[in-house]
Design a protein around this ligand. Structure first.
Ligand code: FRU
Length: 512
């Protein structure tokens, strides 16, 4: 009897323990990023419906529940309390009746405008593109649809009367919805990909949509426009704001394949007006691998807007040498705007919570490159944060994930005034002719020092230059033994170098 009770006690204790701790196995393959989200298995592309609600960040994402290439698109789902430790939940929205669940957004319906919320409590409403593939001579159809959840995103019901917006088009997708304080209604930005346009719609209840205006073509118009998102951001940290309209384009990105541009302007609740001539092209990221980034809805007032992107490029997305998953997200980035002589520009920085993952710190100040490299010899990590400042006018580079003849270089070419990342010698590159690349961004520092924040995470390198003025995101597939970091500088003058390097703990480990 006693023994039985003991066993029962042990079983229930183990059950409770298992509920509290997450199952973290399956997230430790050689290329598996440790502080970037990727699904345990199968394919992912764009982040979808990212929203903060009742203490949790929700990350939905384009997901194939059946394999590691694109198909059966559904919304996968993960939650986090700090944007770094993610827990994967069951698939939120599944392909059904031959209709795939394409990219979209999720809003918090605080006042039950939709009528979907129970017991006068706020609920979550997802607005997504339903994609019916072409078949039997019938063209593909893309429409906008709703689904809602009354249990903090754990289970979802598709709206009976879907679709809510149907222009009977094959390409009409990726709704980004938010609450407009100015107009006291919901606003949707949605892409007409082949026309290089973003259409704006307004609604009081998320069900009936009325066209407000359209924007485009403008800026870069290669390929298709996809994944628009509109966000209001403070300028220079003041009360003054400007709106940023970000648009993905594929192909036609700056570095080939998928890329993203942004426009800065005003939005009065109905119409976006570009501050710049429509020929101005501004790029959110100068690497090859940041696409369909989206801002979190529902971020508490006073906190920075946060954006997360798909770290990939359609040129080779289905060939990445990872298994049993394919696809991952960028680090979540806080957004702001800053005024420069050339105009107002987007600023992106890794979220400050990243500092909580910092472990061992190497701090170095000096001018002697050989002495610095001696110190770096002791550092053999594959997930780390490197913050460095180098005196102006100096050409320099960091060789990362290095071993005999293998390295990825990130640095600054003073003669060309260029930030660069070169992954032509980074390891496995042969799976696509579009993969080996040197990505560049204009950075005329004059005599000002050049400061870089580099986040490296097994198969990813994100560089943020000059406090986030430029971002450059690239995938790499180095051998597991490629762990060395080396610095070089060209020129005879000894120049001041400041280095702070931390290895970062895994986000797959339980939250501390
Ligand atoms: C962008 C995209 C979106 C679409 C989704 C389909 O990567 O093509 O426009 O909604 O992927 O998976």
């Amino acid at each position: 009897m006693k023994r039985c009770a003991l066993i029962l006690l042990a079983v229930s204790w183990l059950g409770a323990y298992a509920q509290q701790t997450r199952d973290l196995s399956g997230y430790d393959q050689p290329y598996r990023p440790q502080f970037h989200f990727s699904p345990r298995q199968h394919w992912t592309n764009d982040p979808n419906g990212v929203v903060y609600f009742q203490g949790e960040y929700h990350l939905f994402y384009q997901y194939n529940p059946f394999g590691d290439v694109w198909g059966h698109m559904s919304w996968g789902h993960a939650v986090s309390r700090d944007l770094l430790h993610w827990e994967e939940l069951p698939v939120a929205l599944r392909e059904e009746d031959g209709i795939m669940i394409f990219t979209g957004s999720t809003v918090v319906d605080e006042r039950n405008t939709s009528g979907f919320c129970l017991d006068a409590q706020p609920c979550l409403v997802a607005v997504y593109t339903g994609h019916t593939p072409e078949a039997g001579g019938r063209p593909a159809l893309q429409t906008q649809n709703l689904a809602y959840s009354n249990d903090r995103g754990r289970t979802w019901t598709k709206y009976r009367e879907n679709p809510v917006l149907n222009l009977k088009l094959s390409d009409f997708r990726d709704p980004d919805v938010f609450w407009s304080k100015a107009m006291r209604q919901w606003v949707m930005a949605v892409a007409l990909p082949n026309d290089h346009k973003v259409l704006f719609y307004g609604s009081g209840d998320l069900k009936e949509w009325e066209k407000l205006s359209e924007f485009g073509p403008a800026g870069a118009t290669g390929g298709q426009w996809e994944c628009p998102t509109l966000v209001e951001l403070p300028v220079d940290g003041t009360q003054r704001t400007r709106w940023v309209l970000k648009v993905g384009l594929n192909p036609g990105g700056l570095q080939g394949g998928s890329g993203e541009q942004y426009f800065i302007g005003t939005f009065d609740g109905t119409r976006f007006v570009n501050d710049n001539p429509s020929s101005t092209m501004l790029w959110t990221d100068y690497g090859k691998d940041c696409y369909c980034a989206l801002e979190f809805n529902g971020i508490p007032r006073g906190e920075d807007a946060v954006m997360i992107g798909w770290m990939n490029n359609w040129q080779y997305a289905d060939k990445l040498p990872t298994s049993p998953w394919r696809g991952q997200m960028t680090v979540p980035r806080s957004l702001g705007l800053q005024t420069f002589p050339e105009g107002i520009r987007l600023i992106q920085q890794p979220v400050t919570t990243l500092a909580r993952l910092r472990d061992r710190h190497v701090e170095w100040r000096g001018t002697n490159v050989a002495a610095l490299n001696q110190v770096l010899k002791g550092f053999n990590e594959r997930s780390f944060e490197l913050r460095t400042t180098v005196a102006g006018g100096v050409t320099f580079g960091w060789k990362l994930f290095a071993t005999d003849g293998v390295y990825t270089e990130a640095g600054y070419d003073a003669s060309r005034g260029e930030l660069f990342v070169d992954r032509t010698h980074s390891g496995v590159t042969g799976f696509s002719p579009d993969f080996p690349a040197r990505t560049m961004a204009p950075l005329a520092s004059g005599n000002a020092p050049v400061s870089l924040t580099i986040l490296a995470d097994r198969s990813t390198i994100e560089v943020f230059a000059q406090g986030g003025r430029l971002a450059m995101t690239n995938l790499v597939y180095p051998p597991a033994g490629a762990r060395a970091i080396e610095f070089y500088a060209r020129g005879n003058q000894p120049s001041p170098i400041a280095v702070d390097l931390w290895d970062l703990r895994s986000g797959w480990a339980p939250l501390q």
